[in-house]
Ligand binder design. Structure first.
Ligand code: SF4
Length: 445
């Protein structure tokens, strides 16, 4: 097949990739988070500690070398070293504030996640200093997982060793694609040569768990190139592979171009093509000994490769969010920090509030949140929800479950309801059925 295997139809179809957020990352939708509930965060922090309830930390590094055309995160490509220093100080101040609260008294993080942006944008020295300061405030000796996201071109051998030394157990490499042409077209800063180099450094450093991120459906992706990407992944043989299907939110450069040209459909593969690409990748990975463990992940050793961050968070654990635009969850309250760099740093320096919006969820919303997020793992266990929330999901959703069973979307195995592979790859389009009526048409922003 040639590069023209995937040809975008002239006519827009229902399955084209339209602008907007498609994936469900949380519940209730972000558009319901509000200013009115912000005081709930402080009042929770002043309430007694829930003892040994699981606690996580999310640390947001908002810097990148270059803005990818599909990026919808709050990132900065123009900050100098004094801006970075100022930011790191502000986040440490934020962590100190949390650590002094009665709600966190006597608790230590069980999982820590450095996301972005590009955490590996920071130098080895900055990272070592930052993590030492974090550990002085809230020790990591009970952390079972420390995840760190990297852009391959920002790594050096020394930096990878420093990352290992401060305790990272899971290194996630944002490779996205192995074609230099596609990386360039999509505005990525790195090239494939840097990927192979970085991967080897991570292996040589003995990092426990290496993950590779790919995106199915980048600008100019083709069948041939996608197959080659999968071959490269199999050659590298990482512990885990995460494959996202390209979405085009409104705040991306791709959307700005579409808008300028008056187009409703994005110039990327349609949804059936992206799902086919992920399905092909999963099949190949399975042929090579991997197991598919969620809508976007395949792992080599499911018994050894755990995802504390995802599983604890999706199970309702507390997570303190640090940094600009970070999302946290404490005692059933969702919250997000201020989304502007200057305002965030200034507020921390002046000891002013930094939460921008929050949502005090109801018990019912917490049940739905866990129920829909756990479907993304490919299966749910009704007894878990009965024990934790006292809700019989089978009775509550009988119509939907019977319908799914009839359509072959779901198979029941006593206490386990398993999604078909086809349904798993489009699970986000199915989950709205479980939303409360007033959340049904909400936008995920
Ligand atoms: S590296 Fe990630 S966070 Fe940075 S611009 Fe690209 S997609 Fe956005």
């Amino acid at each position: 097949m040639s590069d023209s295997t995937f040809i975008k139809p002239d006519r827009e179809t229902r399955e084209d990739t339209k602008a907007g957020n498609y994936f469900i990352a949380n519940y209730p939708p972000f558009s319901f988070w509000n200013e009115k509930d912000i005081p709930c965060v402080d009042s929770l922090l002043n309430s007694p500690s829930p003892g040994q309830a699981p606690l996580g930390l999310y640390y947001h590094v908002p810097f990148c070398r270059r803005r990818c055309h599909f990026c919808y995160f709050r990132v900065y490509t123009d900050k100098n070293s004094s801006d970075v220093r100022r930011y790191l100080d502000a986040t440490i101040k934020e962590l100190e504030k949390y650590s002094k609260s009665p709600y966190l008294a006597g608790r230590k993080p069980k999982f820590i996640y450095f996301g972005g942006g590009t955490p590996s944008y920071l130098s080895a020295q900055q990272l070592t200093e930052l993590t030492n300061r974090m550990k002085d405030i809230l020790p990591w000796d009970e952390a079972e997982e420390v995840t760190f996201e990297c852009e391959p071109g920002t790594l050096t051998e020394k930096k990878v060793q420093a990352i290992r030394d401060f305790g990272v157990t899971r290194l996630s490499l944002g490779i996205e694609n192995f074609s230099d042409r596609i990386l360039e077209t999509n505005g990525r800063a790195h090239r494939s040569g840097e990927v192979f180099r970085a991967y080897q450094w991570a292996r040589d450093a003995g990092i426990e768990n290496i993950n590779i991120d790919l995106i199915a459906g980048m600008l100019e992706e083709t069948d041939d190139n996608w197959s080659e990407c999968i071959e490269r992944v199999l050659e590298l043989s990482p512990d885990c592979v995460t494959i996202y299907q390209m979405e085009v939110p409104f705040n991306t450069t791709i959307y700005q171009t579409m808008k300028g040209e008056g187009k409703l459909s994005a110039p990327v593969a349609d949804w059936p093509t992206k799902r086919r690409w992920v399905a092909e990748a999963f099949s190949k990975l399975e042929e090579n000994g991997y197991s598919v463990t969620s809508t976007c992940t395949a792992v080599k050793n499911p018994d050894q490769t755990k995802f504390q961050y995802r599983d604890q968070l999706w199970g309702g654990a507390d997570m303190v969010a640090l940094g600009v635009a970070s999302f946290g969850h404490l005692g059933g309250i969702h919250y997000q920090n201020i989304t502007q760099f200057e305002e965030y740093c200034k507020s921390m320096e002046q000891e002013k509030p930094i939460v921008r919006r929050a949502l005090l969820t109801t018990e019912e919303e917490r049940f739905i949140r866990e129920f829909i997020l756990q479907w993304k793992l490919g299966a749910v266990r009704p007894s878990y929800f009965l024990e934790k929330f006292g809700i019989d999901a089978g009775a509550r959703y009988q119509g939907i479950i019977d319908d799914w069973e009839g359509k072959g979307i779901l198979t029941k195995h006593s206490d386990l309801w398993i999604l078909s592979r086809d349904a798993l790859l489009r699970v986000d389009s199915l989950l709205h059925q479980f939303f409360l009526p007033y959340h049904q048409d909400a936008r995920y922003v």
